[in-house]
Design a protein around this ligand. Structure first.
Ligand code: AMP
Length: 542
């Protein structure tokens, strides 16, 4: 599959078909192609260094996919950033990729540090007014793409209005990079929670994505339809609906954060959209199941639920089978590091009756999965160990992070590129994969991937916090929240105000879903025999 060529063909054959249906408007395939071509042409004129990643910030507006495609068409990876990320995290990512141009399709939050590279361009001549009111590109970009003057005047932080001004300017010639080398070039970089307190950027190449898409289009029988997009574009689950949608010439209907939380708003938006393929985390389906309107009356065209990102519970499947007797339910599994997902299996009633968790599926062609013992040996089928994923969707690595890349990615005993998932599980002799928890302190909360160490490192940067532990709160074995455990001297302030201050300070550093609902103070932490923090004992103390 050549994904750009495929989208170009859809734009030529079905120009008026909607590509994205957003809360504030839609964009057709023809416009998506034309607009992204012009923005790509403008980007090419900036003469950025090879492989320069370009941040695209926003939330469910049409300019995000235009920018994503524009970046890729000009040979640059895009870095999707969502409005649910706090200023501190966005600044960290902008600093890490240091791009001279940042597409801010929504206003960046206050307190963002503009990357050094963008500052160079800004001081070279972006009018002060343009920087503030977001008319940077509108004022300047269409002038002379490619000339040094355009570079100096146009680069920097480009607002939605700026993107629109470039996209709608017919004087900018579109470029269609034929991507001769693009299979190995990075398509997108998605940042995930990192145990060191700084996010890690997973570099997925065009070749990885195309290998994934060659398989994922089969999950919807290679037919155009209407995908539901629940996840923000900064979460790799969104790649399933966005890029499989584009690959099949489908429409992608995108929910905004406020719709996720508000059933009335959500139902009004979803009604009459003709959703055929539902892509979400299982947690989101659980949330929707609480809404009595969630059923074939609201979604009469629904054919399939595609789940990924966290364990799918039997109770969720049972309830969905009752509500949507005509729809298929597919469980899929995979980490961002191996491009969205690499296994899939349709749920059957017999699976609900069987002991243990639901299977996550059979691996796609081009991928092999097996388990490994703690001492790094390949285990026979059926034996529990760490799940290893090899093959054509294993990502290039972590952006500018050779140490983490070397720790997680390797060449296996058969010479294949492989990834340590950190997931425990087993693969049966007929190739069915089962997950059985984690080997480390990464957790999933409502589908979001969280390194507890990430929360801890950021907690300890808050003035007055000497030592901290982040602990999952569980009920019936299920994680429903996180508690921040703070070490305090006797007599120190443990008031409600102090707890709130800690949560607020943390919210400036990590996404809202990583801020513990509960803050508890301890005068000492339980220790294991060898002097380590006894996480299990701490967990049990709640
Ligand atoms: P992410 O990179 O955010 O997609 O998170 C990947 C991790 O989510 C995996 O390594 C698993 O721990 C978990 N995960 C994803 N899909 C499933 C699934 N179907 N069942 C169980 N765990 C899953």
């Amino acid at each position: 599959m050549d994904i750009l060529e495929t989208i170009r063909e859809h734009a030529a054959k079905t120009p008026d078909a909607p590509a994205f249906v957003m809360p504030a408007g839609s964009i057709t395939y023809e416009d998506l192609w034309t607009y992204s071509g012009r923005v790509a042409g403008w980007l090419a004129g900036l003469l950025l260094k090879e492989g320069q990643p370009i941040p695209v910030y926003g939330h469910k507006n049409i300019w995000q996919p235009v920018c994503f495609l524009a970046c890729v068409r000009s040979g640059k990876p895009y870095v999707p950033l969502d409005t649910n990320m706090p200023a501190g995290r966005i600044s960290d990512i902008l600093e890490a990729v240091n791009s001279p141009v940042v597409f801010a399709t929504e206003p960046l939050p206050d307190g963002i540090e503009i990357p050094e590279a963008a500052k160079v361009f800004e001081t070279a001549g972006i009018p002060e007014s343009a920087k503030k009111d977001g008319e940077t590109a509108a004022n300047t970009a269409p002038e002379i793409p490619g000339s040094s003057k355009a570079v100096a005047k146009a680069a920097g932080v480009i607002s939605a209005e700026g993107v629109a001004a470039i996209a709608e300017n017919a004087d900018i010639s579109a470029v269609f990079a034929d991507c001769a080398n693009a299979k190995t070039s990075v398509h997108y970089i998605i940042f995930t929670s990192g145990s060191t307190g700084k996010p890690k950027g997973v570099e997925v190449t065009t070749g990885n994505l195309e290998a994934y898409l060659a398989w994922s289009v089969g999950l919807v029988d290679e037919k155009a339809g209407v995908f539901l997009n629940q996840a923000p574009f900064s979460f790799d689950l969104s790649v399933m609906d966005t890029w499989t949608g584009l690959a099949t010439g489908s429409a992608v209907v995108c929910l905004s954060h406020d719709m996720v939380d508000d059933p009335a708003k959500r139902d009004t938006f979803l009604k009459d959209k003709g959703i055929t393929y539902w892509v979400s985390t299982p947690s989101f389906a659980d949330l929707c199941l609480g809404d009595p309107a969630f059923g074939p009356g609201l979604l009469p065209d629904l054919q399939k639920f595609l789940f990924c990102g966290e364990p799918l519970k039997k109770a969720t499947v049972e309830r969905l089978m009752e509500r949507f007797p005509a729809a298929g339910i597919v469980n899929t599994y995979g980490p961002t590091e191996t491009t969205v997902c690499v296994t899939a299996v349709p749920m059957a009633r017999a699976m609900l009756a069987a002991e243990g968790p639901l299977p996550v599926g059979y691996v796609k062609p081009g991928t092999e999965m097996y388990t490994m013992s703690e001492d790094g040996k390949r285990l026979p089928a059926g034996e529990k160990g760490e799940l290893i994923i090899t093959g054509d969707t294993v990502a290039k690595g972590y952006y500018h992070n050779p140490e983490k890349t070397a720790a997680a990615f390797f060449t296996d005993d058969k010479g294949n590129r492989a990834y340590h998932t950190g997931d425990l599980g087993y693969v049966t002799s007929d190739g069915m994969v089962y997950c059985a928890g984690r080997a480390d302190s990464q957790i999933k909360l409502h589908g979001y991937r969280i390194e507890l160490g990430d929360i801890e490192k950021n907690l300890m940067q808050i003035p007055g916090v000497k030592s901290a532990a982040a602990i999952p709160e569980k009920k019936d074995g299920e994680i429903y929240g996180i508690a921040a455990c703070i070490l305090q001297e006797p007599g120190e302030d443990t008031s409600y105000a102090r707890r709130k201050a800690i949560r607020n300070a943390l919210a400036e550093r990590v996404p809202a879903y990583m801020v513990p609902k509960r803050v508890a103070f301890f005068e000492s932490f339980p220790m294991t025999n060898n002097g380590k923090l006894d996480r299990k004992a701490l967990e049990e103390s709640f």
